[in-house]
Design a protein around this ligand. Structure first.
Ligand code: GUN
Ligand code: FE
Length: 416
């Protein structure tokens, strides 16, 4: 049994942020046993790690991030999606045929992700199986909960990143077989997005998904161009999400659709039908896409929504900044398109970045009893002018926090 003392903040529901001031949290075998305002008699005499005014919160979940784009952060940010991909991202991703280069980047990426307090993530690799294999092994070794995908793309891509259907399917199946039995970092199918995937490839991936009962991550209705182009390529599917349903890719495991900014009714219907997650990537939206997700309205309609950094669409790995930006974007959305849109609360945004997203991985993302103790200690955020409540401090941390404010990190009950 391990005991910690401090303030504690976590999400209970979409609306309710729970705040326990000056409390104790008991952790048994890496799992939260209980939260107590006064240390119970049964724990008398046990050592307590005291974080004083520090605030314990659940670790964050990043539902959409491109590990290979880590070296591209904060550059080429004046381009829009198509030019950004073809001018900068694709040339960088081609470098991952070199395993030594990949290892260097992926070591730094994983370390930095943990430094930013993210312990659960849905991650794109590249088309390269060895490099992506290194990434998933690295995350598994660290004990991070993750879904990691070898990317598939076989058309409208530069020659150096374009697979044949046969190679793409064969290497994907080998990737799944090799890592299916991983404990925490699991493989997931990763067709990049409809514009770079032939029907034969998508159909083949659908069969693999069924055979191995494995889910899918992709980019869904991200930009106007992508949304229109995808349906133009596959008109019989009715919507971008419909393409994946027709290919047999939905219903085999988690469904994660990054961005979801320009959905048709059919996209919304299908995402709900399969319990998929739409992932808002606020900074990326600001940088490479001209649109804002209808976060409040979609959530009210029962669509699951998580948050993503979408490195290198964004420069910042911290999901805490994306929580703040999600609130900001929902205000802009309501301001410019008041009909049907609403500003989300900080509590809702925090829930999206912790408990709601964490549900994809198991019992992570909260500090309620029964949840894995994946936690952060936030400190140094108060000021000398007036007292803030713990939840006000966490809101402030999301707006101006830096990794230096994370004084301790726990993964499955162990200090990282
Ligand atoms: N659509 C297809 N590929 C990408 C990518 O790498 N990043 C983003 N943001 N959108 C994409
Ligand atoms: Fe992306």
């Amino acid at each position: 049994m391990k005991l910690y003392h401090g303030n504690i903040v976590y999400s209970k529901t979409r609306e309710e942020l729970v705040e326990c001031q000056n409390s104790y949290i008991a952790v048994q075998d890496g799992v939260v046993e209980g939260i107590y305002p006064v240390l119970p008699e049964k724990f008398a005499g046990l050592p307590v790690t005291d974080y004083g005014e520090g605030i314990l919160i659940p670790a964050f979940s990043d539902l959409h991030v491109h590990a290979p784009q880590y070296p591209q952060r904060g550059t080429a940010m004046d381009a829009l999606l198509y030019d950004w991909l073809h001018g900068y991202t694709f040339p960088l991703e081609s470098k991952y045929k070199d395993l030594a280069f990949a290892q260097k980047v992926y070591d730094a990426f994983v370390e930095d992700m943990i430094a930013h307090g993210t312990m659960h993530a849905v991650v794109f690799g590249t088309i390269h199986p060895e490099a992506t294999g290194y990434l998933i092994e690295r995350m598994e070794k660290a004990g991070l909960h993750a879904f990691v995908g070898k990317v598939n793309m076989d058309m409208d891509s530069p020659e150096y990143l374009c697979e044949t259907v046969e190679t793409s399917l064969k290497e994907t199946e080998q990737f799944l077989e090799k890592y299916m039995e991983n404990k925490t970092a699991k493989p997931i199918l990763t067709p990049r997005f409809a514009p770079t995937c032939s029907w034969k490839l998508l159909k083949g991936l659908g069969e693999i998904g069924k055979k191995y009962q494995v889910g899918v991550q992709t980019h869904l209705v991200e930009s106007r161009w992508e949304a229109e182009h995808s349906v133009h390529l596959y008109p019989e599917c009715g919507s971008d999400t419909g393409i994946y349903e027709h290919a047999g890719l939905l219903g085999n495991g988690p469904v994660i659709g990054a961005h979801f900014i320009f959905p048709r009714e059919d996209d919304i219907r299908l995402l709900k039908k399969y319990g998929g997650y739409a992932v808002q990537c606020p900074d990326s939206t600001l940088n490479i896409i001209a649109g804002i997700m209808q976060t409040g309205a979609l959530s009210d309609r029962g669509v699951n929504i998580g948050l993503g950094s979408d490195i290198a669409g964004a420069a910042n790995l911290g999901i805490y900044s994306q929580i703040a930006r999600s609130v900001q974007l929902s205000k802009l959305k309501e301001f410019y398109e008041p009909e049907g849109n609403r500003t989300i609360t900080f509590a809702q945004a925090f829930w999206m970045g912790t408990k709601h997203a964490g549900a994809l991985f198991g019992n992570v993302g909260s500090l309620e009893p029964g949840y894995q103790f994946d936690a952060l200690v936030i400190d140094g955020i108060t000021d000398p002018f007036h007292a803030l409540t713990p939840s006000q401090s966490i809101e402030r941390f999301c707006y101006l926090g830096e990794t230096g404010h994370i004084k301790a990190r726990y993964l499955a009950g162990e200090a990282v």
